[in-house]
Design a protein around this ligand. Structure first.
Ligand SMILES: [Mg+2]
Length: 349
């Protein structure tokens, strides 16, 4: 059997192979895509493409072009590995990585007999195909491959990102933990914090966190940092602020056991922004904590709601008068919050 690594070729080699196929009367089929997180939809459409001729060549978009086409968080898998996995499929004869947004340049050199596109490009209502004139100009055909509903890399990524309801499989621990909002709860709320020099612990925080640790309760920060998604805070700024928080706590003898930041702006519709319970559940799983035995402390109703939705007891610090919340306890100070939590954490439930 051919080593899949041999199937991944540069354009020069591909053109030599193509000439041999032409001489042998083989019909060459081309299709291209990102193939980020290979799934069954890819396998099925490549099988359908292979059936349209004698040899299938797959163009895999380079990392740079995937970023341009799909955004800065893609690809998940680098081009060399994406090409290797596509080459592993039995119906694929050659794989080439190409760097342009459309395959026109490669097509003009390769001149495949059939150029395959997804059914979403099929006329009359499909998306435009800039390379269509080129292919038909040299006598090639454009064919359309059926789409597999529900099978896409984007939908896989969404499932991995733990939308609510998909977290039930997480192992539940057996001990309580204390989950902490950060801004307005542990440190002074300064809007989108990016300056480590302005990080100040709020009154009572150091004593409360020391007492939690002394009682054997692990601590994790769970915080929305939409300044990142809004472009108002750089990743370096966010890291520096977090590092300063750890430094200030270390000086008080407190070590956090974890920190979970949602970096998205609200309009991104992510699955992790509080009041979503996703990061709270994730923190509990990582800490071996049971949500039902754990506590969420925050200064906003969304903290209390997130705590409630995760199944934790929630404590709201200094709630504005009249603002409704899901909190189990409203504390006027950290001292009150500490006393309430310590008693309940020690009580078998
Ligand atoms: Mg807050």
């Amino acid at each position: 059997m051919r080593d899949p690594a041999d199937k991944v070729v540069g354009l020069d080699t591909l053109l030599v192979v193509r000439a041999a196929w032409r001489a042998g009367g083989k019909a060459v089929v081309w299709t291209n895509g990102c193939f980020d997180l290979l799934h069954a939809g890819h396998a099925r459409s490549l099988r359908a493409a292979a059936a349209l001729g004698d040899a299938l060549v797959v163009g895999v978009n380079s990392d740079e072009s995937v970023r341009r086409l799909k955004g800065p968080t893609r690809p998940v898998v680098p081009e060399g590995e994406r090409a290797e996995l596509v080459a592993e499929l039995g119906c694929v004869d050659r794989v080439v990585v190409f760097g342009e947004d459309t395959p026109e340049r490669v097509l003009s050199l390769l001149r495949p007999d059939v150029h395959c596109k997804g059914a979403d490009y099929a006329p009359p209502s499909g998306k435009p195909i800039p390379e269509r004139a080129l292919v038909e100009g040299y006598g090639g055909k454009v064919e359309f491959l059926p789409l597999e509903p529900g099978l896409s890399t984007s939908s896989l990524i969404e499932r991995i990102r733990m939308p609510e309801g998909a977290v039930f499989f997480m192992h539940s621990g057996t001990r309580p933990a204390v989950l902490l909002d950060r801004d307005g709860t542990l440190i002074e709320d300064q809007g989108y914090p990016r300056d480590p020099g302005r990080v100040r612990l709020l009154p009572g925080v150091a004593e409360a966190l020391r007492s939690f640790k002394a009682a054997g309760l692990p601590l994790a920060v769970v915080s929305n940092q939409s300044g990142l998604g809004r472009g108002l805070v750089s990743p370096e700024g966010a890291r520096a602020v977090h590092a300063r928080l750890e430094e200030l706590l270390a000086a008080e003898g407190v070590r956090l056991d974890g920190a979970y930041y949602c970096p998205h702006a609200p309009q991104e519709g992510c699955a992790c922004r509080k009041p979503s319970p996703a990061l709270l559940l994730r923190a509990c799983a990582d800490l071996g904590a049971a949500p039902a035995l754990s506590f969420m402390v925050g200064d906003k109703p969304s903290d209390a709601e997130g705590g409630k939705r995760a199944g934790c007891s929630s404590v709201l610090l200094g709630t504005p008068p009249g603002e409704p919340s899901e909190a189990d306890f409203v504390a006027a100070s950290w001292e009150q919050a500490l006393a309430w939590i310590i008693v309940r954490a020690a009580t078998p439930r």
